[in-house]
Every structure is written in C-alpha cells, then in structure tokens.
Design a protein around this ligand. Structure first.
Ligand code: ADP
Length: 385
C-alpha cells in the first residue's frame, strides 16, 4: 500500500507544484493522475522515485515512511516507464529488458529466461524478438519493451509518465488494452500520468484529477463521469463523456434487424422490385453461399436498368470494406458511414453473413441516449435510410 499524506513540493523559485496532496493507493490498484499541463503530475511521480524530494508531507510504503528507507532498495521496488523509453541501441531486446537484473548481478541465463517470460506475457514471440535490436522494432513494439523492462525485476509499484504519448492513436489504444490486461495478470500497483481523459477512463481503477498541485477529485471512472466534483472536472471531461458512452455501445446495440439482402445472381428488375417493396435505397448483396460481397445503391441499379444492361446485381456491388461486425464498437460504424458516405452499412456475423444493418436513423437513437435526451430513447427501428 502506498500512502501520501499532505505531500507538498515548493520549487526554489516559489512554484507550488504539489500542494497538500493526500491519497491512499491500494496494492494492485491502477491509478491515473490527470490534469492540465503544469498541475503537478510529474512532480508527484518524481517524489515517489525520489528524483524530487518533498518540501513537506510524507509518503508511506506499507506503512513505513519512505525517507527512512534506503533509496537504492526503494527503487528496486519501483519500475519506471516514460514517453522516451530510450532503449539502448546496441543492446538486444533480451539485454534491454533485463538490464536492471544485470545491475543487480543476476546471471546471464536467468536474465534471458526472464526476458523470454516477459515477452510471452506481452504475447511477443521470444524466438522472434530476444535477439533483435531496438531499431528493428516499430515505435509501439519499442514501447512494449519499455513496459516489460520496468517489470523485469518484479517491482511492486510501476510509475508511468505519459508512456504512450508519442504513439499514433491506434497503437496507443492497443497498448492501453495490453497494459490493462497485463496489469490484471501481474497485479502490480500502477501510477500512470496522462493528460488524455480517454486514456484515463480506459485504464484506471481510480482517476485522480489534479489542478494547481491539488486533488480536485479521486474516484472511479464511473463516479467521475456520473458526478463530476465541480465545473472544472465537468468541463475537463466535457465531450469525452459523450464519446465514452458512445464507445461502450456496440454495433449489436444499434443495428436494426431487417437487412434487405439480395443474392448476387438476381437480375436488376428483381432488385428494383424488392427495393420498392422494402422501401430501401441500398441492398446488401450476398454471394449464393451467403457471404457479404458489397452494397448495391438504388441510383446505380436504376442507371444500369435504364441503359438496358442485363447484368446481375452482383456486378453493381461496391464498398465490400464498409461492413462492420456485430461486436465492433458503434463508433466504428459511424466512422464507416462517414468515410464511405453511406446511409446504411451491413453488419456481419462471424461467418461473413449479413446479420443486420446500421442506419443513420439508428445512430440518432444512440446519440440521443448518450446525451441523455428524454423521450424517444434507444435505437429507433430503422429501415435502410
Ligand atoms: P505536470 O506534470 O502536471 O505537467 P509538473 O509536475 O511538471 O506538472 O509541474 C508542476 C509545476 O511545477 C509547473 O508549474 C512547472 O512549471 C513547475 N516545475 C516543474 N519542475 C520544476 C523545477 N525543476 N523547477 C521549478 N519549477 C518546476
């Protein structure tokens, strides 16, 4: 257990970087520190690993005052990951991961075994990576190694200072999910600094929101979203609140049952008649063995029909990549509709069959729900646009 009691840091120039910070972090808890730039997040972390000495207040580790403990021994109980992880370029991945073990006098064989074990933990094949050099890895992979390196000596507490800040959004989300999984398995206490609310919401058991060196609110993500302590927190969460709720909704929640599907073998007149009956302007075209092959749009079908083309509907199927699957987040469906400029997109089941559709109408229902608009809540039963 890690306990901060009235921790305060005044820099020599008079900056009150951390101001009466009190917090108890349980063993195995994932805590994110978040707040605007300059609010004292990094200074707090640096006081934990003793890069910065507090002006007043105490830190207790398992009930014992931090200052009474030997700084070297203390650091052995800590792992540290920063944005610029700085892997050593002339060391292999195995050597980089186990570097702290080497400092601690652990024998080479044991160090390599430990590196392999950690790679496996991150689902990276040891045979593939142990002997590679950092430059052979992508940015995301290097950052994974940075996280593994911090775990090598089996510390109790891991300090992370914007570790994924330099990565592209997709890699970043991937690493966030991996870290969360990893933490569930290794049960380390993690203090994670970020200025990205989405990241905090994704990772934290508890979010500590700071402003001007002080804690404004320290609660679970759910509690912070539901009951922000004040206007500062509310505006800090801002839009992310809505996005978060939309992010929890999956395609399954917003799809409407009645996909208008047609076999690729059908003729254009049949297709037009079917669309008239179903009152839809897009058809989800499937191969004869019921695999989605693309979307056929009313205007394309009409044009081809009027030009007397005797083609089958399958030849007019476009946008095979627009489909989403049942378990995708609803946000992906929105993204697909925007980028393909479609009013309805197909939802595929595990076998590639069109299970349903998402339409603009069904999305309006979700947004209304996320925004807490009363009345017609929940997805409207929509036809294809
Ligand atoms: P954050 O990590 O939230 O961006 P920091 O802990 O880095 O915030 O900084 C908190 C405040 O302390 C800021 O006003 C910053 O300018 C100031 N500060 C940080 N380090 C020093 C230092 N070494 N000397 C003087 N002021 C500092």
């Amino acid at each position: 257990m890690l306990e901060f009691a009235h921790l305060t840091k005044l820099y020599p120039d008079g900056t009150r970087a951390v101001d009466d910070f009190s917090l108890t972090v349980d063993k195995g808890e994932f805590v994110t520190l978040i707040g605007p730039s300059g609010c004292g997040k990094s200074t707090t972390l640096r006081m934990i690993n003793r890069l910065v000495e507090p002006t007043s207040g105490t830190i207790l580790l398992d009930g014992k005052d931090y200052r009474t403990q030997n700084a070297v021994q203390l650091r052995r109980r800590l792992g540290y990951v920063v944005q610029q992880i700085g892997l050593m370029p002339h060391f292999t991945i195995a050597e980089n991961i186990s570097f702290v073990l080497r400092l601690n006098g652990v024998k080479p064989k044991r160090r390599r075994d430990r590196a392999a074990e950690l790679l496996q933990l991150a689902r990276m094949d040891p045979d593939l990576y142990l002997d590679k050099f950092p430059r052979e890895l992508s940015g995301g992979q290097q950052q994974r190694i940075g996280v593994l390196r911090a775990l090598a000596h089996d510390p109790d507490i891991i300090l992370m200072d914007e570790p994924f800040g330099a990565l592209d959004p997709i890699t970043r989300e991937q690493l966030q999910d991996e870290l969360k999984n990893l933490q569930r398995r290794v049960q380390k206490t993690i203090l994670f600094v970020t200025h990205d609310m989405d990241e905090a919401l994704r990772l934290a058991d508890r979010i500590v929101i700071m402003r001007e060196g002080q804690i404004v609110q320290a609660e679970t993500p759910e509690e912070i979203l539901r009951h922000p302590a004040d206007d500062f927190v509310a505006s800090f969460i801002g839009q992310q609140r809505m996005l978060r709720q939309a992010g929890e909704v999956s395609v399954r929640d917003i799809m409407s049952e009645n996909a208008a599907t047609i076999s690729s073998e059908q003729g254009l007149a049949q297709a037009l008649e079917f669309m008239r009956r179903r009152k839809v302007d897009t058809l989800m075209v499937e191969t004869p063995d019921k695999k989605f092959m693309g979307i056929a749009r009313l205007r394309d079908i009409q044009q081809a029909f009027e030009a007397n083309h005797t083609v089958r509907i399958g030849t007019l199927a476009v946008f095979a990549d627009a489909a989403v699957s049942v378990d995708d987040p609803a946000l992906r469906a929105i993204h697909q509709m925007m980028s393909f400029k479609l009013d309805a997109i197909p939802v595929l089941d595990a076998s590639g069959h069109v299970a349903s559709v998402v339409t603009r109408g069904s999305l309006v229902g979700v947004l209304a729900g996320a925004l807490g608009i009363e009345g017609e809540t929940g997805p409207a039963p929509a036809k294809h646009a």
